[in-house]
Design a protein around this ligand. Sequence first.
Ligand code: HEC
Length: 108
Amino acid sequence: MKKLLFVIFLLTFFCKFAFSDEQQIIAMGDIEYGEYLGAECVSCHQQKGASEGIPAIHGMDAEVFVALMLAYRAKEMENPVMRMIAGRLNDEQIGSLALYFSQLEPPK
Ligand code: HEC
């Protein structure tokens, strides 16, 4: 019994420190859900690259994507539009969007 408790302790310890917040959020994601949610984003974020001050997010690394969305949600980044958008997304939705956008073709 003691051994089992020890193994459980080790596993919890490992899970908490071996994966960053970003990786844990990406693990919750679902690409198809991300595609569905992403329809709203592509009205501003265009595949062909940055336009009118809006950076491209197609092909962005999933961890970077999550880190940026968390920063907007925590109001650590300034842009009011993105603060509002990230503010109503939960972790699962951010993870799904990260998975979806990271596997798209980046702008040339
Ligand atoms: C109304 C237009 C608009 C919509 C809709 C929009 N964004 Fe943005 N987004 C912006 C602008 C403008 C910036 C640049 C803000 C800045 O300079 O901080 C930005 C920045 C970002 C960034 C950081 C990019 C970088 O390279 O710094 C990410 C990630 C992002 N948006 C994701 C999303 C996602 C995901 C959605 C959909 C849920 C979305 N955006 C919807 C306008 C929009």
